[in-house]
Design a protein around this ligand. Structure first.
Ligand SMILES: Cc1ncc(COP(=O)(O)O)c(C=O)c1O
Length: 354
């Protein structure tokens, strides 16, 4: 029997999420925080994890945690849903809205999981290219909304991989014009320090995503969805009963207890981002774009495949995004520690001089 014959077309047509498995010394490809949990907190963290009863199921729905985060965000406890990373939340939300023939609208380029999950659930995907400044092409998106009103729109703010925040006015116009749900994914909030949280009251179709992945806990898979209570009520029916495991729930609680230490690291990363930007900008033929995230999107006037593979040869991993069209020559580098950034810039300088 050919099992492929049983699999849906949308799944067969896809490539799996690209995760590079090449050996590396310096990892600047996944927008992680380069720093471990501060030394002085590690013992407490270990003791906390040790106290988790692993023989018991975790708290279903992570409701204690959700209400603690809600308080931090200044919203109701019934407005927060915890997920096994934001990926889980994308899937839960999309699953709740996946009617036959429904569509998901995304700008491109953007975070690839929106498309992958939408296709897997049978949505039609309306991918609208960003304009020449990598901002939203509002007329093109409005045209989409008029002809095929999407059930769901994803806007990463700041956007991955371009690093910029789309203009607030354009997002507001989409929120006003959309008949479906509009997600503003604030995965990089800690580096942009801008939010749509205060707009929740004004837009019933606004949903905000946050994650602890970029601020230091990527391994624990902790995502947050903030939205209207009526929507959260329905999403609880779609999520798996124990979608956030007990160790992750404990780690998220620890984050709330010790948030100041994590925010201090984010501030340091923002400083290193400024230094890395200036160093890249000073290299001939390298053109970094303004960024509000923990990564820098840049174009290079050299063969990007050669640059990428020679970086890999030196044990340095970044993302090569170059493709025909608007992405030609573009790459993305995550802000690492000051030393990692310096090594990366030195290697790049050496490679482009050859
Ligand atoms: C815009 C955006 N949202 C969400 C995520 C994934 O977050 P999580 O680790 O919480 O699944 C990423 C990761 O790269 C991202 O760039």
């Amino acid at each position: 029997m050919d099992v492929r014959a049983l699999i849906r077309e949308e799944v067969l047509a896809q490539a799996a999420y690209p995760v590079v498995t090449t050996p590396y010394r310096i990892k600047l490809d996944a927008n992680e925080n380069p720093l471990a949990i501060p030394q002085e907190l590690r013992e407490r963290f270990a003791a906390l994890l040790d106290s988790v009863p692993l023989n018991r199921y975790p708290e279903a729905g992570s409701v204690t945690l959700a209400s603690r985060f809600a308080e931090r965000f200044g919203v109701g406890a019934d407005q927060v849903l915890m997920g096994n990373g934001s990926d889980d939340l994308i899937q839960i939300l999309a699953q709740a809205l996946a009617r036959p023939g429904a569509s998901v609208m995304i700008p491109v380029p953007t975070f690839v999981m929106y498309r992958i999950i939408a296709l897997n659930l049978g949505f039609r995907v309306a991918a609208v290219p960003l304009d020449k400044d990598f901002d939203l092409d509002l007329p093109a998106m409005q045209e989409q909304m008029a002809t095929h009103p999407p059930a769901l729109t994803f806007l990463a703010w700041p956007n991955n991989p371009t690093g910029n925040c789309f203009s607030r006015e354009r997002i507001e116009a989409i929120l006003k014009g959309a008949s479906g749900i509009v997600v503003v994914d604030e995965a990089y909030f800690h580096f942009a320090e801008k939010t749509f949280l205060t707009d929740l009251d004004r837009h019933e179709n606004l949903v905000i995503f946050r994650t602890l992945s970029k601020v230091g806990l990527a391994a624990m898979r902790i995502g947050l969805l903030i939205g209207p209570p009526a929507l959260i009520h329905e999403l609880h029916k779609v999520r798996l009963p124990y979608n956030l495991n007990a160790l992750s729930q404990a780690a998220a609680g620890f984050y709330l207890d010790e948030e100041a230490a994590f925010l201090k690291q984010a501030a340091e990363i923002r400083r290193w981002r400024g230094e890395l930007f200036l160093a890249l900008d000073a290299l001939p033929g390298i053109h970094p774009r303004p960024t509000e995230a923990n990564f820098i999107f840049f174009s290079c006037d050299f063969d990007p495949d050669r640059v990428y593979s020679q970086l890999v040869d030196r044990g340095i991993l970044i993302r090569n995004l170059s493709a025909p069209g608007m992405m030609k020559g573009y790459m993305r580098v995550t802000v690492g520690t000051r030393q990692e950034n310096q090594e990366f810039v030195e290697a790049l300088k050496d490679i482009i001089q050859k």
